[in-house]
Design a protein around this ligand. Structure first.
Ligand code: 5GP
Ligand code: ZN
Length: 113
């Protein structure tokens, strides 16, 4: 989807600090980090939000979690801990409508509210 910033990052048409890419997912640094480590892990396929997720996307869900685990280790978060967040829709504050998982760590966090 040419108007989608994350599609453009995945395709190399927009700049981003990409830390991982395979045939299903791409991971890159958030450009407004809220913690010392703040990565976004996204499906390469344009899926606006979890609301549009389909059963056929299940292999991608597994990959997203596997990559999150690997990146948490790579960024030395395994011991200290980290958080995965996927915002969906207006009340959650979702701003970019290409499904993504935030991987956040490197500081102590409070419960969300
Ligand atoms: P959301 O609120 O949709 O869950 O989070 C969207 C995230 O994408 C935000 O944390 C925001 O900083 C990040 N973001 C928005 N535009 C860009 C961009 O062009 N490049 C990068 N690297 N991150 C972006
Ligand atoms: Zn997209």
């Amino acid at each position: 989807m040419s108007s989608c910033i994350f599609c453009n990052i995945i395709q190399g048409k927009a700049p981003a600090e990409i830390v991982y890419q395979d045939e299903l997912v791409t991971a890159f640094h958030d450009n407004h980090p809220v913690a010392p480590v703040h990565l976004l892990i996204v499906p390469n396929k344009h899926i606006p939000s979890l609301n549009e997720w389909e059963a056929s996307d299940e292999p991608t869900a597994g990959r997203l979690l596997s990559v999150a685990k690997c990146l948490a280790e790579q960024f030395h978060l395994r011991q200290s801990g980290y958080r995965l967040i996927t915002n969906t829709g207006a009340d959650s504050g979702q701003a970019v409508f290409h499904l993504h998982v935030h991987l956040i760590g490197g500081r102590r966090m409070r419960f969300l509210g």
